[in-house]
Design a protein around this ligand. Sequence first.
Ligand SMILES: NC(=O)c1ccc[n+]([C@@H]2O[C@H](COP(=O)([O-])OP(=O)(O)OC[C@H]3O[C@@H](n4cnc5c(N)ncnc54)[C@H](OP(=O)(O)O)[C@@H]3O)[C@@H](O)[C@H]2O)c1
Length: 336
Amino acid sequence: MNKEIGIVGATGLVGSLLLDILVKRFIKSSTIHAFASDESAGTELVCRNKKFIVKKMTEDDLEKCHVLFFASSEAISKKWIPIMADRGVLCIDKSSAFRMDPRVSLVIPEIHFPNVNDLKDFPVISSPNCCTIPLALSLFPIHQKYGIKNIIVSTYQSVSGAGKSGIEALRSELLEIDSETPFPKKIAYNVFPFVSHFVEDGHTDEEFKIKEELKKILYTAVPEFQFSIDATSVRVPTFVGHGESVTLGLHKPAQKSDIVQCLSQYEGIQYEDFPMFSTPLECEGKDEVFVSRLRPAENFDSGYSYWLVCDNLRKGASLNAVQIFLKSIEVGFFSS
Ligand SMILES: NC(=O)c1ccc[n+]([C@@H]2O[C@H](COP(=O)([O-])OP(=O)(O)OC[C@H]3O[C@@H](n4cnc5c(N)ncnc54)[C@H](OP(=O)(O)O)[C@@H]3O)[C@@H](O)[C@H]2O)c1
């Protein structure tokens, strides 16, 4: 399928991985355009022996694309997506700009995909937060069958979640070199319960996103069961891969073997039985969400706890966005 594909933020962590996945998959049939800030315009990116010159973002160049992946800031998405969507360009947004917009579907393709007709007026699809994606994917097969009643989740988020400046900050601190940092405290040899910024009630924006996005995704897919959720987001000094400790209670009773069956048969999940467990180092570069340490949890109705890890830049970001694009081709977005 011959397509003009644009990546906004192609020089960033998510954008460069998007480029890599798209080049591997589509280069023979499509043309890929790399966009970034004005400062990067004219620089050369090399990906799998192909060269790309980074372009300035102009209306003329953006609107030539059939699909635009937005992997830049929320402000850039808010500025450009309404303009491009109005011209019929499919916009797949990695930022949080439109995730809670009622016109926009928040999509993990293994769980749910909007009807093509629903994309006609405002062809925008948001990809969820990098902690929400693996959490929703691991909960969905359980929720579908037994109905989740309540969830407590704590995240262990790597510095790449804060973009290339997060990687640079940890690297510099480990080498004891002065540099700018996106973090409020030293991250090398440290952890802190603070990701993004504080919002109401003492929550952080990251915790708020996980809660609200999870409800939007799972209530759309399984409207009959409602749940409550509390989240604590923690930044840890790993480079790539987010971990999450999850405890849940169910509406309908289930044996541990039932939960194992849900998890081990679901697309995109790699279930690891006792005594195996994966870590951020082991999930880097892999597509799956790794779920392990499944065990009963006290004080919850039919309660279970588990551990998960996922490459936040891959399934947590770029891969999910590419899967959204593939699904939009499959459901006929470009042929209607
Ligand atoms: N990192 C993750 O784990 C993750 C996961 C899920 C979602 N996301 C979301 O994905 C997006 C990108 O994150 P990231 O981690 O890849 O960030 P990043 O490494 O900091 O990259 C940011 C990208 O945005 C570009 N950019 C900055 N200002 C721009 C402007 N004025 N016009 C056009 N492009 C501009 C940068 O270009 P220059 O190089 O020219 O500055 C760079 O390509 C964010 O919205 C983030 O919230 C990130």
